[in-house]
Design a protein around this ligand. Structure first.
Ligand SMILES: Cc1cc2nc3c(=O)[nH]c(=O)nc-3n(C[C@H](O)[C@H](O)[C@H](O)COP(=O)(O)OP(=O)(O)OC[C@H]3O[C@@H](n4cnc5c(N)ncnc54)[C@H](O)[C@@H]3O)c2cc1C
Length: 397
């Protein structure tokens, strides 16, 4: 099954994507990362900066997994509200989880400042609006909770929301420390930087995940790769036995518009809402609108181009309902597999049965933010340092 179908946008923004050789012999490394998406590259970066020897193996080309379907919104708030995490996992872990995400956002911002190739990374405020009057009460409770714990948040009532952002909804949260990015450009920039840091990369190099031994794994071509630690950053390509029952696979749609010429709404804020499935939207560096939503409870991406386009048009209509002065012309439309988790948390940490096999699976809507946080957690783990967030996201929680 493919991870996505349709016409993608981000790869059209990179004229000279990297091409890297295949692994043609046996080799060894301290840390072997399997998967060259945004997660594997972020993790390789953080590990390499500590001086560890890192090798990234990608079965296709870097950045062409789900990371290419990714709409590039980076936010510290997750799909599940802080008040709901507090009810489900307790106040202390819930607060720590949100703090982990806020810190990860600042780490992503720092990291992007250090990259020389363009990533279109821009700090952006986020507007999270109440889709209906009934949703204003939980939204206000979320506001008070975030505020009490010191998170960057402001509550906007209807009039202010309308005046400042031209959004006619009952109320909204404004948050900051959030950002937008072109994920494919970011991966290209990260790989270039990681190569400078000494990370070894191999494309067209598939590792046989059914034959992982204590310190060795074989490529599909039969070459052994020795490792001290193995990190699985394989995204949604494989649902591992140890978490399979706690994963919720869905498919989700997105589109990218023709350029609209200038800012389509004030401050180019990122926007989403309380209803589920939710509409979300952002702008791009070349004045396009990217929006997504209409999640469906089935994992296989829609393959019919007319159906994909029709769903994208429905999302564009929702954008026009929100901003009636806009006329949105579709340029690219796609859909893809997207995995959530039953408790709203990602899966990050060692395999419960083999302590040198580590998972970094940023399932749920904030995948990239979780990947950044996970890179720090796993680096601490490998270096034997305690990490305040490890127990919250561990696999056997
Ligand atoms: C439509 C859509 C919109 C999204 N929008 C956002 C968003 O706005 N913000 C956000 O944070 N997240 C978003 N996500 C989620 C996001 O895509 C993921 O969190 C993130 O891109 C996943 O990156 P990854 O590196 O973990 O996975 P991938 O990009 O899929 O990378 C995994 C890689 O592992 C490789 N691989 C797998 N098995 C092997 C093997 N055996 N050997 C070698 N290589 C292997 C694959 O080829 C692949 O390249 C979105 C997802 C979709 C579908």
């Amino acid at each position: 099954m493919n991870l996505y179908e349709g016409q993608m946008y981000w790869d059209k923004t990179v004229v000279d994507p990297l091409r890297i050789e295949k692994l043609g012999t046996g080799t060894e490394t301290q840390v072997l990362i399997i998967g060259g998406g945004i997660t594997g590259n972020l993790c390789a970066h953080v590990l390499a900066k500590t001086g560890l020897k890192v090798l990234v193996a990608e079965k296709g080309h870097v950045g062409r997994g789900s990371s290419l379907a990714n709409t590039g919104l980076l936010q510290y708030r997750s799909d599940k509200m802080l008040i709901d995490f507090m009810d489900d996992i307790g106040p202390e872990p819930a607060y720590l989880f949100y703090r982990m995400c806020l810190e990860a956002m600042d780490q992503l911002t720092d990291l992007n400042r250090g990259l020389t190739a363009p990533t279109d990374y821009s700090l952006r405020d986020t507007i999270y609006f109440a889709s209906s009057m009934e949703d204003t009460d939980p939204l206000r409770r979320e506001y008070r909770c975030l505020k009490r714990y010191g998170f960057p948040v402001e509550l906007l009532e209807r009039e202010e929301l309308k005046q400042r952002y031209r959004i006619d909804k009952p109320a909204a949260l404004r948050t900051w420390h959030d950002a937008e990015v072109n994920p494919y450009r970011m991966i290209q920039a990260l790989v270039r930087r990681n190569l400078e840091l000494g990370v070894r990369y191999y494309e067209n190099t598939e590792l046989d995940l059914d034959n992982i031994h204590s310190n060795t794994i074989l490529t599909r071509d039969g070459h052994p790769v020795g490792f001290d630690y193995l990190i699985l950053t394989t995204g949604y390509t494989r649902l591992y036995e140890t978490i399979k029952d706690r994963v919720i696979p869905r498919r989700t749609y997105a589109f990218c518009s023709e350029p609209v010429g200038g800012a389509p709404w004030p401050d180019n804020v990122m926007i989403w809402e309380t209803s589920r499935p939710y509409l979300y939207l952002r702008t791009t560096a070349d004045s396009r609108i990217i929006a997504g939503g209409l999640d469906e409870d089935r994992p296989d991406p829609e393959t019919n181009p007319d159906q994909i386009r029709a769903k994208a048009r429905l999302i564009a209509d929702q954008v026009e309902d929100l901003f009636p002065y806009l006329k949105v012309k579709l340029a690219y439309a796609w859909n893809g597999l997207f995995c959530g988790s039953t408790d709203g948390l990602p899966f990050i940490g060692p395999d419960p049965n083999q302590s040198n096999i580590l998972y970094l699976l940023g399932y749920e809507g904030n995948g990239m933010c979780y990947s950044m946080a996970g890179a720090a957690i796993l680096t601490d783990y490998i270096q034997g340092r305690p990490n305040p967030y490890q127990s919250i996201v561990r696999l056997d929680r």
